[in-house]
Design a binder for this molecule. Structure first.
Ligand code: HEC
Ligand code: HEC
Length: 452
């Protein structure tokens, strides 16, 4: 896939990028002919970037189209659990954490609250970005606080309620417990301990009433924080895709012939369905198992760990930076990723990863546990080649001999799996506050008032 780029070329590429950036910015600046003092018309907004003229003044208003179009519309999320969108089974909810509106609302606030990280910069949504399929389209592997490198690609949180094992190696089993990993991981939100997070949230006065109401007078603690965050994430149910409307809803016109042929291949010649399962009355496109497709093997053995990583400089402007350069800044070398072996320590489990859902897959590039495949077409090519041969390769992964037309049809099917209610969930996410500091917050004015 990616080849090493000679240093000279790298320099050249960087130069081109900087030039491109200047052009992009210049275009953004001149397009509106905004002069200080003149109020502008929202209809003149240009592209995703912002023009910062007058940024320092109190009445500054953004001209960024993506920000102007970012309208929050809260929805009654619990209804999704009561009647899941077409194609999904009933939502599993643990008996000791029943869903309530107050708990979901509290969990949503916590999910988007940047104050939950050690330096108040990063919320869960920094890596699970709502408008990017609750994953991160811009980076193969996301970055945590202070730019620290993370081993794996951000998985989507859509339909996470149904996963029996969490993380690509399955090391966690409940959403309630899972939250403590990103909160305390040094390279993610970096709280030094669970107790630290609890103390910090207890000092944020805006949470007092919310916890009391959601948990019958009980405040933030190891149980309630996990239960609230889990309840919100359980509501990210995205289905009723064109595929669902056709396959489960019986509407023959919901998809075209390409998608129908694509599904015949998916469940026939290409055998995707063996692992990405479809049941009689619903489909999660997972089998709750772990498989070796050879990607992890390829990265571990032959020094073929991706040598470069993709970074977005400005909206739509990407560059490849060498992994070594990133490691030098972050002062970390990430370990080889052995997948399920990390959990079982059984040699046969090396390079096995959990089957990922294919729902909303068109929204969640880049793909695979390391984000090493950029497009769905390349994923199909990867399977067509039979993955990467190795002694532990799953016997279910074999060369497929697909024609160009067949690949095309399979790709059309994958594009038909995007839930029709995705825009509602994104708009709901945009309605959540993002945790700007107030004078009551522990880190207000950079004073450490947590009592150390
Ligand atoms: C720095 C980026 C980052 C932040 C911040 C972050 N995550 Fe994640 N998240 C990831 C990555 C990467 C993975 C996959 C890790 C793995 O498989 O080992 C992941 C996995 C998950 C999973 C499991 C998904 C699956 O398919 O099994 C859940 C659930 C989750 N995160 C929720 C959260 C919550 C809740 C927060 C905030 C408390 C959060 N994340 C903060 C990057 C992040
Ligand atoms: C042997 C079981 C198996 C078969 C057969 C299989 N997959 Fe997968 N699929 C997986 C596993 C396991 C992953 C996760 C791999 C990883 O993260 O490295 C995955 C990941 C994917 C992803 C990326 C998901 C993401 O969010 O990054 C896509 C797309 C995909 N498969 C499509 C297909 C298609 C199309 C076929 C048929 C041509 C297919 N798969 C056949 C097990 C399988």
């Amino acid at each position: 896939m990616r080849r090493a780029v000679p240093a000279g070329l790298h320099f050249f590429a960087r130069g081109v990028l900087i030039a491109a950036l200047i052009v992009v910015q210049a275009a953004a600046r001149t397009s509106g002919e905004l002069e200080s003092g003149r109020t502008f018309d929202e209809r003149q907004s240009q592209g995703p970037g912002d023009v910062r003229e007058g940024y320092e003044s109190a009445d500054y208003r953004t001209r960024s189209r993506s920000l102007l179009e970012r309208r929050g519309v809260p929805m009654d999320l619990i209804r999704l659990a009561e009647t899941p969108p077409l194609g999904l089974p009933p939502v599993p909810v643990p008996a000791d954490n029943p869903l309530t509106r107050t708990k979901i609302a509290l969990g949503r606030k916590l999910f988007f609250d940047r104050r939950l990280s050690i330096n108040d910069t990063l919320s869960c949504a920094a890596c699970h970005i709502p408008e990017q399929g609750f994953t991160n389209n811009e980076l193969r592997t996301p970055v945590g606080v202070e730019g620290r490198a993370v081993l794996r690609n951000s998985p989507t949180l859509y339909n996470i309620a149904y996963q029996e094992h969490l993380f690509l190696d399955g090391r966690e089993l409940s959403l309630e417990n899972q939250v403590w990993q990103p909160l305390t991981a040094h390279n993610e939100m970096a709280a030094p301990s669970i107790g630290y997070v609890i103390r910090k949230i207890r000092r944020m006065r805006d949470y007092d009433a919310l916890f009391e109401e959601a948990f019958d007078g009980r405040g933030p603690d190891i149980l309630t924080i996990g239960q609230a965050l889990a309840s919100y994430q359980r509501m990210l149910l995205a289905a009723d895709s064109p595929f669902d409307q056709w396959y489960f809803g019986g509407d023959p016109d919901a998809v075209g012939d390409r998608v129908k042929r694509g599904f015949a291949l998916f469940s026939g010649k290409a055998r995707c369905i063996v692992c990405h399962r479809v049941e009689a009355d619903h489909a999660l496109f997972v089998d709750h198992r772990f498989h070796n497709t050879g990607l992890g093997y390829a990265a571990s053995v032959s020094g073929k760990a991706p040598e470069t990583t993709r970074i977005q400089l400005a909206p739509g402007v990407f560059t490849e930076i060498s992994r070594a350069a990133v490691d030098a800044v972050t002062r970390q070398r990430l370990p080889n990723d052995l997948g399920l072996y990390r959990v079982t320590e059984s040699p046969g489990d090396r390079w096995k990863f959990r089957t990922q859902t294919l729902r909303n897959i068109a929204l969640t590039a880049p793909y695979m546990h390391d984000g090493s495949i950029d497009t769905l077409r390349e994923v199909i090519d990867f399977y067509d080649r039979g993955g990467v041969p190795n002694e532990l390769l799953s016997p279910l992964i074999r060369p497929l001999d697909l024609t160009a037309q067949e690949k095309h049809d399979l790709e059309a099917l994958l594009h038909a799996l995007t839930g029709s209610n995705v825009p509602d969930l994104v708009a709901d996410a945009f309605a959540a506050p993002i945790g700007d500091l107030s004078a009551e917050d522990p880190n207000w004015a950079h004073e450490n008032t947590l009592g150390y």
